[in-house]
Structures are given as C-alpha cells and as structure tokens.
Design a protein around this ligand. Structure first.
Ligand SMILES: [Zn+2]
Ligand SMILES: [Zn+2]
Length: 266
C-alpha cells in the first residue's frame, strides 16, 4: 500500500487517481486499488494514474475538501478539476507487472519454479528484486550493474529514484521506472538471471543487506552465488570535513521536497 505520510490533516502523497474514471462517475469516488503501490496505470482507460495535482503539484487530499466543494475530483488547495487533466499513457512494461501482481493477489497459490507458493512469498520475492535493481542503480559501476545491463536492464535510467525512500513512498513515475526493470527481470526467467549473475561474479552481499534475510523461495538460487571472501564489514571511519557525495545531497533534497509538499508555502 502507498504510504499517505499523514501528519495532522496534511499528507505527503500516497493517493493516486485515474482522472478518466473520475470523469465517468456520476458521483466521483476513490477506488481502493489506486492505493496499491504496484498500480501505475488504469486498467479500464490505459492511462497513467495521477498522484499529485497537475496544476499545483500538491498531494491529493480529498479529506480536506469541504461540503461546498461538492465533489472530490478536485484539488483541495487550488480547486483545479482533475477531470480536465491531460492524460499520459503508462509504461507498458510497468502495466504488465501490475496485471501480473493483481492476478497473484486473487489466487491462493502461485506456481513458482515448479512449486506452488503463497502470494505473500511472491510479493516478497518481487520486493527483493526491486531492492536489487535499486542497489545496482546506486552503484552503476559494479559487477551487479554490469550483469543487469547484459540482461538489458539499464540501471542508469534518469527516472530511477535517487531519494532512497521506500517503494511505497515513491512518486508514480519512479515506481514505473522500477517496475519496467522488474518486468524485464521476471520475463527473462530467474534461471537465466542467476546464470548471468554467477557469470559476472556477483556476490550475495551485492544483492541484499546481509542483516536482512532474503525470501525463502530464493535461497536455492542465492546459494549458487559466492559469498564475500572477507569477514564481516568493518565500518570505515569517515575522514572529517569531507563533502557529501552528489548522490547523498540529491537524496536528502528529494526527501526534503517530499516533506515540503505537505506544507503549502502560502
Ligand atoms: Zn480509469
Ligand atoms: Zn492543485
């Protein structure tokens, strides 16, 4: 689920809408599935969901409208009517992950590598791979990024998130970019993906934080990779008075912008 980031009555984001669905409603209402983090497009209209006011970029906060506003298809700050917004088409790969995840959610069991697993395990596997893609995009010059590039996944895409925020906190465009990469990885097949990872000499420590255990369904595949030859990581003492990296500055800027969105400047 997308996180609303509620603080008192203000929100940081987390509500998406399809403007065409709202336009067709006699009384506009919010759909439950618009809050799913993997939803980036509308399955009925084939357009990208909108997660901020197209005019003033404020988060969508229908609870701040008043009775005089009459309907919720409008921005609570500038009262721009969402139903008149220009629609963009969703990225087809991101949309196909959405369809796949919706189908998994409806089932009791999912077939995965000739075994049947619970939908929760499928979602944790997918979340793990999103983490892998994000780790690779943080280190574009690494065996992991090389391995993904040879699978046709570009981790240097400009729409990739730089903020380091959790997937459920990201804007629809950033989630779409990650889902496009994920679709490529899933459609390739995990056998193929792991053969490439082994060939590129990717270590397990490059894929995930060793303090968090990976999904159980991936353990047989992960055991094929070699472990880091050194002992546990020792925290290096950073030299004093060193400027922050460009990436760290951009990440804290993105986090600050998300927080500022919740508080109107006027
Ligand atoms: Zn729609
Ligand atoms: Zn607005």
């Amino acid at each position: 689920m997308l996180a609303l980031g509620s603080r008192n009555r203000t929100r940081h984001g987390g509500q998406q809408v399809c403007t065409l669905c709202l336009a067709e409603d006699s009384t506009p209402y919010l759909r439950r599935h618009w809050r799913f983090a993997w939803h980036t497009g509308c399955r009925f209209h084939g357009v990208q969901l909108v997660d901020e006011c197209p005019a003033c970029k404020a988060p969508i906060e229908p609870h701040r409208l008043t009775a005089e506003d009459q309907h919720l298809a409008q921005c609570s700050r500038c009262h721009n009517d969402f139903r008149k917004a220009v629609c963009t088409s969703p990225l087809p790969e991101a949309f196909s992950v959405q369809v796949m995840a919706d189908r998994v959610l409806e089932q009791d069991k999912v077939t995965f590598r000739q075994a049947s697993i619970a939908p929760a395990d499928w979602f944790s596997m997918v979340a793990f791979f999103i983490g892998v893609i994000r780790r690779a995009s943080r280190r574009p010059v690494s065996p992991l990024a090389d391995a993904l590039l040879s699978l046709g996944i570009s981790v240097t895409d400009c729409r990739m998130p730089v903020s380091g925020l959790a997937f459920e906190l990201l804007a629809v465009s950033e989630r779409s970019a990650l889902l496009v990469a994920l679709e490529r990885l899933l459609s390739m097949g995990l056998e193929e993906t792991f053969s490439v990872l082994v060939a590129c000499n990717v270590k397990t420590s490059a894929l995930h934080d060793p303090r968090r255990s990976p999904p159980v369904v991936l353990l047989p595949l992960l055991s094929r990779l070699s472990h880091h030859p050194h002992g546990p990581h020792r925290r290096r003492v950073p030299p004093a008075c060193r400027p922050m990296s460009e990436r760290a500055v951009r990440a804290s800027w993105a986090r600050l912008k998300r927080r500022m969105k919740a508080e109107p400047t006027s």
